[in-house]
Design a protein around this ligand. Sequence first.
Ligand SMILES: [Zn+2]
Length: 89
Amino acid sequence: MRETPWIGEDIEAMKSLTCEEAVREFFAYLDRALAGEPLEALQQHLDQCLDCCDRLQFSRKLDVFVKERLEEAPLPEGFEERIRRALGD
Ligand SMILES: [Zn+2]
């Protein structure tokens, strides 16, 4: 089996993301709004950059915290339906 060196070069080219750019993608990443090349580029960067890994951990905690807070507001799943059924609709 022979290595294909050009694949390595390709990956090198893709991880041209700077830390600043990576951080900007975090929330899209956490929202799973990222796909394809931008996602791969970010994952590449995170593989190589411990700083951004730490920042992502922090962002993830913050994201979970914010979402837990937001989820307290809307009605629980099926709540409206239960009310309607109770009303005989
Ligand atoms: Zn970084």
